[in-house]
Each structure stands twice: as structure tokens, then as C-alpha cells.
Design a protein. Sequence first.
Length: 308
Amino acid sequence: MSSTSFGEPAIETLEHQLDTAPTTPRRRVKRKTWQTVIWFIVLIAVTAIVLYPLLWLFLSTFKPNSEFGQNPGLIPENPTFANYLKVADGIAGVPMWRFFLNSFIIAASSVVGVLISSSLAAYAFARIQFKGLGILFAAMIGTLLLPFHVVIIPQYILFNNLGWVDTFIPLILPKFLATEAFFVFLLVQFIRQMPRDMDEAARIDGAGHIRIFWSIMLPLIKPALITCSIFAFIWAWNDFLGPLLYLTSPENYPLPIALRLYNDASSGGADYGATVTASFVALLPVLLFFLVFQRFLVDGVATQGLKG
């Protein structure tokens, strides 16, 4: 008997069973019209509350100084572009682009340092067995409970003795030494979810820890690395206390310190228009950075970092 004559009756029987099998209709949840209207109203209200501060900040950049305190409304009465021109000229003899450049150098270097050092430390904690592993990992987690103000004086004395005060080194170097326990802990938890079968297969092929880390772990922990990049960039860009301690020359100031100059009472009073405008301009790179990398972050969370 040929395979064709043997398979056709079975296929016909299966098709007949599928055609005659009772189908269960899908249950559709119908939402009433008034419920949909209320739901959209609530969403619009919440969105308006969240976006109102940003909208107020943007529209306030067009207000002259005389309207601050007298015009609490959202729309400026006498809109002007003088604030943008004043901010573009800079302050304390330093142009605004220099403050942007300083902030970008610090933030970009912080991202690179955090990704390199934290990923290496996380791989060591998650994949390498060595003496004192539990003690060192517990000590690292304990640093999360240590306030930053406790180590300010010892760190300042150390960097001052090394002659690194008024440079970017005290703000950048610790990022390359895996001092950010939050990022190390985040990557450790992510790596521990990866199956060890890939590591064992790579070792059978003769790969060492460096090859396994570079070729296997880094591609898999890409979502966690992007998350670390977003937080590291935003935290470094908005950092105020660190630059305030270690930087003394106006030409080395990042944007958070430059914003303080506009409200320095010793310079003849606060310039609210320039302060608001500089704040809005300083916010744009953070929003742009987040919007660019948000897609990768959402995709990584959706796939859980693994594609099988």
C-alpha cells in the first residue's frame, strides 16, 4: 500500500473532526459608552497634571522678570525672547555652551565608567566562585545604606592631597571603580537569571571568562545595561553636590552649578527669567536621551533579556 493511499483517509478523518467539532465563541467584553467617556476624562486629567509643570516651565521662559510674582497665570502677558538671548550669552564670563560641554563630559564619562566597571563586577559576583564572595557581596550591598554625606570629608581630603580638586577626575574616576552598588546589584540579579548551560558549553569549546563575558553575557544583559545607562546619565547630569564640592572655577562648572549663578544674590539679585530658561534648556538633553533609549528599554523588558 502506498503512503498516499494510507495517509489520505487519516487526513480526511481529521478534517471531518475539525469541521464538526463544536467551537466556543470568544467572549467579548463590551464597555458601555459612559464608562469609556469617564475613562478618557480620567486619563486626560492625569496627563494634564503630570505635564502641567513642564508646560509652565516652557511658557515661563517667555516671561520677562517683571511678570514673575505678579502674573501667576500660565500665559505670559508680554512674551519675549530676551531670556533665551541672555542664557545664550552665558554668565560669569562663561558661555552657555561651555556649561553644556562640561555636563556632557561628566555624564558621558559616568555612563562609560558605570557600564564597564559594574558589568565586570556583576559578572564576577554572579559567575565566579572565590573565597569571601558572600562577605564582599554583603559589604557591597551595605554601601547602599551608607549615606553619601558620611564619606564626603574623607573623599575630599584624598582628592585634595592628590591635587585633583577643580578637575573632573573626582567626579569621573569613582565610576570606573564600580562604586555604584545599585548598578552592580541590578546587573548581578540580571545575570543570575541567565542559564549556566551557555557558560558550560562555551567552556567546553575552550572559552575563558573574558570570552564568555564579552561574547555571551554582554549581548544578553543589553536591556539591563541600557537601564543603567539611563539612570547613570540622568544622575550625573543632574548632580549638584559633587560638582559643588570639587569644582571651583566657573569654566569647569556643569549646568546645575551654572543655574545657581543666576540666583546668586551677590551678583545683583535673582534673574528668574534666565533661571527658568536655563532650567528648561538643561532639561532638553535629559528628555532626548530618555526618549532615544526608551524603545530599547521597553523591548528588553518585554523579552526578559532572552530570545529563545
